[in-house]
Structure formats: structure tokens, C-alpha cells
Design a protein around this ligand. Structure first.
Ligand code: NAP
Length: 247
């Protein structure tokens, strides 16, 4: 399915799943706004890789946990590209710790980035999309938001919250040809999972029926499916890309 002529904004497009999403959307013909938090060099590399695929691309720094920065981000993308058709709320962090010992500040930071970040960007993008009477919004949730995981109360709460946000926004925006869906990855090779202790990684791998971690590119396929113009009658859904964990 082609996204030719569309303009996409991918938060956290500098690395990992976000970068793979930028490249897949570029491959399908979309112009790409690559948001990043701190990794300017990595974001510039994503931009170059997108341009090499023959589309326009530009990097935009913004902390998604900051509502004013999210407003500014969407405004800047609209000014640069003239419209905004696809928003991918991908930026995310994991600050793990057991319920009884984890710090409240880590809980707050995780919710601010993963849940409020998606909320701020969705709200800012929806303003543009409502006027356009067209939009595709995709949020990265997680299998952990559906099933929980010991040591990840903050992350699980943020990713479960994203699903609630997706379902409510899907109902509010459906009348204007704006769909809102979630992709829930399982265990995907990226900087985020590379940071996990080896014991945790091994334990997680044993739960995957496919017997291997997923790749960022495999997640990007699901995101690109929801982002396509043809994907007009699917909204409020959660698609697991998890090698069978949730079955
Ligand atoms: P990653 O490799 O750690 O990359 C995270 C990305 O988010 C980076 O591009 C980072 O940009 C950006 N980011 C973080 N905080 C930000 C902020 N405040 N403002 C703007 N950008 C910010 O993570 P990943 O594995 O690719 O994960 C991507 C998404 O998929 C996340 O939402 C994650 O929760 C979800 N997910 C991942 C897995 C997995 O197994 N990897 C599983 C389920 C769900 P900078 O470096 O530029 O700051």
C-alpha cells in the first residue's frame, strides 16, 4: 500500500523502531518529519536515509513530554511540508523497577513521555487533521501494556494508557476520516531492549512462540499498514507484533 504524497511525523524517529518506521513510510512515498529528543546525529542520519529513498525529509527536535514543544513541533512540520497526514507516536522510554522500590520520579517521567507525549502530539496533530478531514494516527503501545510485566509497573501503566487514548480518540475523530490505532510490539531488538539485564532478556525470549526477537522493520510494516489511505475502515484497534506472545 502506498503513502505517496502524504506527510508523516514520526516521534522518536532518530533510532530503533522509529527510524525503521520513517524508512518504511519513505519507501512507500511519504515525506517524513523525523522528530528526536537528544540524538541529533542519529536523526540527521535517518533524514539522509529517507532522502536516499527519494522523498523529502527533515529533522525536528522536540521533547514530547513538553506540551508547548509538541504544539511547536506540529506547527513547524505544517509550515515546512504544508500538511500532516500521518502521526506516529513512537517516542518512548522505559525506567524499570519493582513496585516496592521504584522511584516516583521514574513513574512520572515514564508517564510524561510515553502517555502524555502521545496525548500532546495527538491533540496538536488532530487540530490540523480535523481541518484537512483526513488523518492516520498510530501509537506504539506494548505487549506489556496488555499483559503487564514484573518490574515494569510504570511502563505497563503508560502503555495501557496509550490503548485507552487510542480507543477514545478513535471514536472522537472517526467522522472526519481520521483513524487512530495502536501497534503493540513484543520483544524487539533495539537500544531499549539491549539495555535490559541478560537474565531478563533470556527470560523474555523463552516466552516467544516464534523463538526469536522481532526486528524494528517488522514493527514498521504494521505501522505502515495503519498509515495507508486504504486503511480507512479500521480504527481503535490494537495490533500485536510479538511473535505470538499474546496468543
Ligand atoms: P529506543 O531504541 O530506545 O528509541 C527511543 C526513541 O524515542 C528514540 O528515537 C528517542 O529519541 C525517542 N525519545 C525518547 N524520549 C523522547 C522525548 N522525550 N522526546 C522525543 N523523543 C524521545 O526505543 P525502541 O525500542 O525503538 O521503542 C520505540 C517505541 O516502541 C517506544 O514507544 C517503546 O516503548 C515501544 N516498544 C518497544 C519495544 C521493544 O521491544 N523495543 C516493545 C514494545 C514497545 P532521542 O534518542 O533522540 O532522544
Amino acid at each position: 500500500m502506498s503513502s505517496k504524497g502524504n506527510v508523516a511525523l514520526v516521534t522518536g524517529g532518530s533510532r530503533g523502531i522509529g527510524r525503521a518506521v520513517c524508512l518504511e513510510l519513505a519507501r512507500r512515498g511519504a515525506a517524513v518529519a523525523v522528530n528526536y529528543g537528544g540524538s541529533a546525529a542519529a536523526a540527521a542520519e535517518t533524514v539522509q536515509l529517507c532522502r536516499a529513498l527519494g522523498v523529502e525529509a527533515e529533522a525536528f527536535q522536540a521533547d514530547v513530554a513538553d506540551p508547548a514543544a509538541c504544539e511547536g513541533l506540529v506547527t513547524a512540520v505544517k509550515e515546512r511540508f504544508g500538511r500532516l497526514d500521518i502521526l506516529v507516536n513512537n517516542a518512548g522510554i522505559a525506567r524499570d523497577g519493582l513496585l516496592m522500590t521504584a522511584k516516583e520520579e521514574d513513574f512520572t517521567k515514564t508517564l510524561d513521555t510515553n502517555l502524555k507525549g502521545a496525548y500532546f502530539c495527538t491533540k496538536a496533530a488532530a487540530k490540523v487533521m480535523l481541518r484537512q478531514k483526513y488523518g492516520r494516527i498510530i501509537c506504539l503501545s506494548s505487549i506489556v501494556g496488555l499483559r503487564g510485566n514484573p518490574g515494569q509497573t510504570a511502563y505497563a501503566a503508560s502503555k495501557a494508557g496509550v490503548i485507552g487514548l487510542v480507543k477514545a480518540a478513535a471514536k472522537e475523530l472517526a467522522g472526519r476520516d481520521i483513524t487512530v490505532n495502536a501497534v503493540a510490539p513484543g520483544f524487539i531488538e533495539s537500544d531499549m531492549t539491549a539495555a535490559l539485564p541478560d537474565k531478563t532478556r533470556q527470560a523474555m525470549l523463552t516466552t516467544i512462540p516464534k523463538g526469536r526477537p522481532g526486528s524494528p522493520e517488522e514493527v514498521a510494516q504494521a505501522v505502515a499498514f495503519f498509515a495507508a489511505p486504504e486503511c480507512a475502515y479500521i480504527t481503535g484497534q490494537v495490533l500485536c507484533v510479538d511473535g505470538g506472545i499474546a496468543v
